[in-house]
Write a protein that binds this ligand. Sequence first.
Ligand code: DSN
Length: 430
Amino acid sequence: MAVAQETFQELRQALLADLDPEVAALLGRELERQRGQIELIASENFTWPSVLEGQASVPTNKYAEGYPGRRYYGGCEVVDEIEQLAIDRAKALFDAEHANVQPHAGAQTNMAVYFSCLQPGDTILAMRLDHGGHLTHGLKVNFSGRLYDIATYGVDRETNLIDFDEVARVAHERRPKLIVCGGSAYSRAIEADRFREIADEVGALLLCDMAHFAGLVAAGLLPNPTPHCDFVTSTTHKTLAGPRSGFILCREEHALAVDKAVFPGMQGGPLEHTIAAKATCFKIAASAGFRAYQTQVRANADALADSLVDGGLDLLTGGTDTHLVQVDLRRGDWTGKDAEERLHEVKITANRNTVPFDERPPTVASGLRLGTPAVTMRGFQEQDLHEVGSVICEALADDADLGPLAQRSRALCERNPLYPGFRGYATYAA
Ligand code: DSN
């Protein structure tokens, strides 16, 4: 029931569903969309209820330019404690000498690292985007490609594994000031130690972008890149399952430069409510429960990979060490775009992705990138991922009967409810 909204007093008391039923209804619809489909976008997750609480909290009202104990505003005594807690937890979780928890998102983490150690025109060596890198690793139309001289490496054409001979050869030819490892579409463990050896040979700094697999590192299921790197960047909302945000880890010798690059170099006021949620995310990521969750993420990724191969699809590298699998569609008629759209019709959300040496443009692409963090968060186990894999393979058959397949997806969602007990915004908006 909507309340009158004319007076200041009414505005000060009204809750969302009463004040703005349109937005409340849209939020309710988004909740139901998330509940009613199988989320396989490898970079997405369903965050913890405790993190949602932190993100909706009152430090959103606070300006706090600067760092704990060194702010440009009064009244920062509590947010100082919040931010210091997040810093200390991030350092402990990844065994890092320094952490900056202010970056608003992943792109800003990489921008801050570049600003801290490079001048425009300096050379960065990074993985090509279509081989699994990231926009901020040097795409021409991204700030990284516009400001810096970009040298690239990729994967081996046969194995689809990082071609370390190429990394070394290009590093020696181009003498980069910074080497970047990690990316957003590579399903095998990143060997930061091997990148370190090459970086040392050419006197380069080393950055690992672990945004995708940070949760698996936190749980001890993938090697921690931090001891080998000058800088490590990450988001907090992918496998880490926290709020939509980012953070930077670095060696002490780079701490001042990184902090100055973030503020005042690029950002103004930090989002202290999100930093509170990051602190909670790091606390959760150090727990036994989180390790159990990540162990299931990995088991589910293997189960999905096995079922897709059994159903006749090709996977890049044949499988996965992480939370993601990459379907290579080049042997058949499907494009990534068409496959993504077909899966949408059977209640499965995924994203098209280029495969290495793809002849199609990224808007069409020849691959699908699938990941298990989100479905695992809602309770899916190996047998469920076998069923998901079977629905995918049947949906990509020429004579697919989509209605029954969508029903099988719905049944999986109903067996594994998302945010059970959360009444949601739709309740108020109704
Ligand atoms: N957009 C993210 C992803 O999907 O991997 C990377 O920033």
